[in-house]
Ligand binder design. Structure first.
Ligand SMILES: C[S@@+](CC[C@H](N)C(=O)[O-])C[C@H]1O[C@@H](n2cnc3c(N)ncnc32)[C@H](O)[C@@H]1O
Length: 302
């Protein structure tokens, strides 16, 4: 896969602001080395096309891969399937149904802990991810666990797999928030699934968009409109995106699922479990007890 040409659209007005993440929560401490490597100087809200989204996501996840693994690796495990910071596990939730003997694609697999958990239970799991840095941790996880899942580098909106080759697909916060057109991801997943195949994906709950990314009190006050789909960017001093995240409303997702020829069978909004006190970025017991942090869409290809 080659990098697309990376350029900022000429007509775009870029608003540079001090990064509130630096003052509200210590995001920059966790992401310091990625921000330094990419020359991040602030945030912007502007439209961003497919090529720039892909470039920024690849650069970001390559630069942040080691820190992400260091911070979350023990929570995710080496061969465990945790859907979200609320700690929902596939072992209990069984959102993918019977997995033994099934060919299952993990989209935006990161370290591929979920794919290895599936493989260990008899599925033919394959992981796909945009970032060589994240796939490096996936390879290390294969070696450490002795569970060898095939790993492929590619983008979720242009999956490098044959039509109807998988029985199911899953994603825990992989790819969907980082592509300019999440509808394209859903269409691609529908294409590679056999008829009747399940597609289950977890994303940040769309209503979190309206609050600052703060696990504390600051994350309880509405700061922007739910209806504002303008992407969140972090940018370098030339205004180039170094990190991109896109917002879709619940209704947007429902329409994209239907447009991809899939049926939405459930929407899970995990509640924060009693006694679970581990924070993950903006996910915290304080906020989790009041409103959902994760949305898990369960779909079936028609
Ligand atoms: C928040 S991490 C989640 C990783 C893993 N699923 C987990 O639960 O830890 C997001 C992942 O999506 C991947 N990603 C971002 N954009 C992508 C794209 N366009 N196609 C495939 N993967 C992508 C990143 O490289 C990263 O590994």
């Amino acid at each position: 896969m080659t990098d697309p040409e990376h350029s900022v659209p000429e007509s775009t007005e870029i608003e540079l602001e001090p990064n509130p993440a630096r003052t509200i929560v210590p995001v920059s401490e966790r992401h310091l080395s990625a921000e330094a490597a990419l020359g991040t100087v602030g945030i912007a809200k502007r439209s961003v096309d497919r090529a720039e989204s892909r470039w920024a996501s690849r650069a970001w996840w390559d630069a942040d891969a080691d820190d992400y693994q260091a911070e979350h690796g023990d929570f995710l495990g080496v061969a465990d399937f945790v859907w979200c910071p609320e700690g929902v596990r596939e072992a209990n939730a069984r959102l993918l149904g019977d997995i033994a003997g099934q060919a299952i694609l993990e989209v935006g697999c990161g370290s591929a802990a979920s794919a290895r958990w599936l493989r260990a239970r008899g599925a033919y799991a394959v992981g796909v991810d945009l970032s060589a840095g994240m796939l490096g941790h996936a390879r290390a996880g294969n070696t450490e666990s002795g569970i060898d899942v095939p790993l492929v580098q590619g983008s979720a909106d242009e999956l490098p797999f044959a039509t109807a080759g998988f029985d199911a697909a899953c994603s825990a916060f992989g790819a969907v928030p980082f592509v300019a057109d999440s509808g394209a991801v859903l269409r691609e997943v529908a294409r590679v699934l056999r008829p009747g195949g399940r597609w289950v994906f977890a994303v940040t709950h769309p209503m979190r968009w309206i609050f600052p990314d703060d696990p504390g009190e600051g994350g309880l006050t509405v700061a922007q409109s739910y209806f504002d789909r303008t992407p969140y960017l972090e940018v370098d001093e030339d205004g180039r995106a170094t990190y991109v995240e896109h917002h879709r409303t619940l209704g947007d997702f429902v329409r994209q699922i239907r447009a991809a020829g899939m049926v939405l069978t459930d929407l899970i909004e995990p509640e924060w479990p009693d006694g679970h006190d581990r924070e993950w970025g903006q996910w915290s017991p304080l906020r989790g007890r009041l409103f959902p942090g994760t949305a898990i869409f369960c779909c079936e290809r028609g």
